[in-house]
Design a protein around this ligand. Structure first.
Ligand SMILES: CC(C)(COP(=O)(O)OP(=O)(O)OC[C@H]1O[C@@H](n2cnc3c(N)ncnc32)[C@H](O)[C@@H]1OP(=O)(O)O)[C@@H](O)C(=O)NCCC(=O)NCCS
Length: 288
């Protein structure tokens, strides 16, 4: 162990958003204080402080309906790694999810995955993190599809549309994101006026984060991504299940690069979560 004085696990409340933020900055992650505040309000944070009172490790459980909860923001300060803090916090999150009677899911970095495998998580599919500065090509929606900005009256319908396609129940997250950056919030409708897809996003510490993107087809998803990326300036990040090669090709033509990947994992079985056929971008590894 790098350091033996492992401290007690303490809850991290929303008032600690700024105090805990340096952990995600040190890891080079994109969250800003608004992200931490939202997650700590909507979920339950657990962490460890050093002797000087600063947060040295964090973790978070975000409920996504009654049956599923997302574990995220598992961060240990560089100086305290390989000392058991990550495992301690993860076990605490798993216990919290078990008590709630839910299945735990997460998007693992390459660094986090070995730890999750030892605790019984299994892989669902891989996700590529894309970075790009701007969209140069415009994309027309398929015929019969109209794309327009999301209005607050659309939110209940978007949440209903999202639920079976993402496997997550997350109306509060969708409503939060729609308000965070309206320029990234678009809905696709078919001729009958029914929802055929949507895109949301948020500003971040270093880049605008695009996602979630949920749609009836890859063509609609691509049109939504193109519309959002033209409405707001970059740089952008986007986390896409690796199977969607047409969007991958478009991203490459915009000069996008994919320096890292995640693996979606669960501890137990969560219905609908293993099939990304209609899920074209995550809300982010921290939001599901
Ligand atoms: C991933 C992370 C949280 C691990 O925290 P930690 O406190 O160092 O983890 P632990 O000390 O509890 O490690 C437990 C075990 O996990 C495995 N493990 C942890 N980090 C590993 C690594 N980089 N490579 C291989 N195995 C690793 C080892 O089996 C380790 O046991 P050991 O040290 O006895 O060999 C930490 O490295 C970190 O904050 N990384 C950056 C952020 C990140 O990627 N978070 C994960 C998000 S999914």
């Amino acid at each position: 162990m790098a350091n033996t004085d492992v401290l007690d696990v303490a809850p991290i409340g929303p008032d600690q958003s700024e105090a805990v933020w340096p952990l995600s900055i040190e890891a080079g992650w994109n969250q800003n204080v608004a992200d931490w505040r939202f997650m700590l309000e909507a979920g339950r944070g657990f962490g460890c402080r050093g002797a000087d009172g600063r947060w040295e490790a964090s973790s978070l459980v975000l409920p996504l309906g009654a049956d599923l909860a997302w574990i995220s923001m598992v961060l240990v300060a560089r100086s305290r790694r390989r000392g058991g803090l990550g495992t301690t916090l993860l076990k605490c999150c798993i216990e919290d999810v078990r008590r709630a009677g839910a299945v735990a899911g997460l998007d693992a970095t390459e660094q986090g995955r070995p730890l999750y495998l030892t605790l019984g998580f299994h892989d669902l599919y891989r996700i590529a993190r894309w970075h790009f500065d701007e969209a140069t090509e415009t994309v027309e929606p398929p015929s019969g599809i109209r794309i327009r900005p999301v209005a607050s009256a659309d939110l209940p319908g978007i949440a209903l549309y999202d639920r079976p396609r993402s496997g997550m129940e997350r109306p509060a997250i969708l409503a939060h994101l729609a308000g965070r950056q309206p320029g990234l919030a678009w809905v696709a409708q078919n001729d009958a006026g029914e929802c055929a897809g949507f895109i949301l996003g948020r500003e971040g510490r270093a880049a605008n984060s695009i996602g979630p993107v949920v749609a009836d087809s890859e063509a609609i998803a691509l049109a939504l991504i193109g519309r959002a990326a033209h409405a707001v300036s970059g740089p952008f990040i986007l986390d896409m299940p690796e199977t969607h090669s047409r969007i991958g090709g478009w991203l490459e033509r915009q000069g996008a690069v994919s320096p890292r990947a995640y693996t979606r994992m669960t501890l137990g079985e969560a219905e609908g979560l293993d099939d990304p056929a209609r899920l074209f971008a995550l809300a982010g590894p921290e939001l599901g």
